[in-house]
Design a protein around this ligand. Structure first.
Ligand SMILES: Cc1cc2nc3c(=O)[nH]c(=O)nc-3n(C[C@H](O)[C@H](O)[C@H](O)COP(=O)(O)OP(=O)(O)OC[C@H]3O[C@@H](n4cnc5c(N)ncnc54)[C@H](O)[C@@H]3O)c2cc1C
Length: 308
């Protein structure tokens, strides 16, 4: 019940101001954020890849309000890709993009976001890597899937996230379950109205399994984005039944969440990719992590009190 309250509170300007300016917030935020700069993040990437983990890198930032910021977001990704090149990681280090950071919700934003994403896809392709489109709130789903389809005509390995909590997602999974398609299935992290999304956690979990069945039985490359131990077991079982080996799908988890499980799955020979966010614009990302697990809020408040 607390999750939606935290997501609603996160929209308040006061909450944003208090949290982003309190010096005590930083140490807690750093549990989920790999660094504030590329320079600070690359050693973290190196450490993870040395330990057999793959990564997808997210430059923090979303919902830009003008074209100049959208351009800055694109440039940040281009600089990231340039910095990744010498590591030679190719597909072991891809990038994750929120199209709202590329101006998707501005007037004429669909084309703008497509144009910026195309440049990022070109740059990623040059270093043997690719990108995956994150999925944001439901008002952007059609546009994001249209950008994904357009990108795939030139860059077939472009991935897209699908949020199991949306009623539409089983149909989206069916449409995406085609050869060469990379689909990251997640439960969904935004506050959505009952008209478009399951509200009950048990219903979301069931919807996730239905979507996963479609993806595993189809021809796409499923990326299982979940920390849920039951989902991990179900995915392994469905993959086995579908005759998929370790190269036929992958697990994905967020940086800082269940690191022991990440290491365990990688040690078992599974492809385990860590969604690694970095940058200074961490507010929206951090608030979604608090909302997913109210225990994180307790941890956060406790450390504010003890450090204070
Ligand atoms: C790689 C990746 C990419 C994602 N991309 C998107 C996206 O594009 N769009 C989108 O809407 N959502 C995205 N998400 C977030 C996702 O929608 C869920 O909100 C999030 O993963 C929590 O759901 P869960 O499947 O882990 O299961 P839950 O049932 O929420 O959690 C299962 C268990 O995982 C652990 N856990 C989960 N969340 C946390 C947390 N924040 N802190 C500490 N422990 C936690 C706990 O042990 C919990 O009991 C992404 C998630 C991942 C892993």
């Amino acid at each position: 019940m607390l999750g939606p309250v935290i997501l609603a509170a996160s929209r308040s300007g006061v909450t944003r101001r208090v949290l982003t300016t309190a010096p005590l917030t930083r140490p807690v935020v750093s549990r989920f954020i790999a660094g504030e700069t590329i320079g600070a993040t690359l050693p973290v990437v190196k450490d993870m890849t040395d330990r057999g983990l793959d990564v997808t890198l997210d430059v923090l930032g979303e919902d830009v309000t003008d074209r100049a910021d959208a351009l800055r977001a694109r440039d940040a990704y281009l600089r990231l890709i340039e910095a990744l090149a010498p590591l030679g990681l190719e597909m072991r280090a891809e990038v994750s993009v929120k199209l709202s950071a590329f101006g998707q919700t501005l007037s004429g934003g669909h084309d703008l976001a497509l144009s910026h994403a195309t440049e990022v896809a070109e740059a990623a392709g040059r270093i043997g890597s690719t990108l995956t489109l994150d999925m944001e709130d439901h008002t952007t789903t059609d546009s994001t899937l249209a950008v994904h389809a357009a990108l795939r005509t030139r860059f077939p390995s472009t991935g897209a996230a699908v949020q199991a909590y949306l009623f539409r997602s089983e149909d989206d999974c069916r449409a995406l379950a085609r050869a060469g398609s990379r689909v990251r299935l997640v439960k969904g992290a935004y506050k959505e109205p009952p008209a478009v999304a399951h509200q009950d956690k048990a219903e979301v979990d069931k919807a996730y399994v239905r979507c996963l069945k479609i993806l595993m039985a189809g021809e796409a490359y499923p990326m299982v984005g979940s920390h849920d131990p039951r989902i991990v077991c179900v995915a392994q079982d469905l993959a086995q039944r579908a005759g998929r080996g370790p190269d036929g799908y992958e697990f994905q988890m967020l940086y800082g969440i269940r690191p022991d499980e990440q290491a365990r799955l990688a040690a078992q020979g599974h492809r385990m990719r860590i969604y690694t966010a970095y940058g200074t614009d961490w507010y929206g990302y951090f608030m979604r992590r608090l909302a997913e697990r109210p225990a994180n809020l307790a941890f956060f408040l406790r450390s504010m009190v003890t450090r204070g």
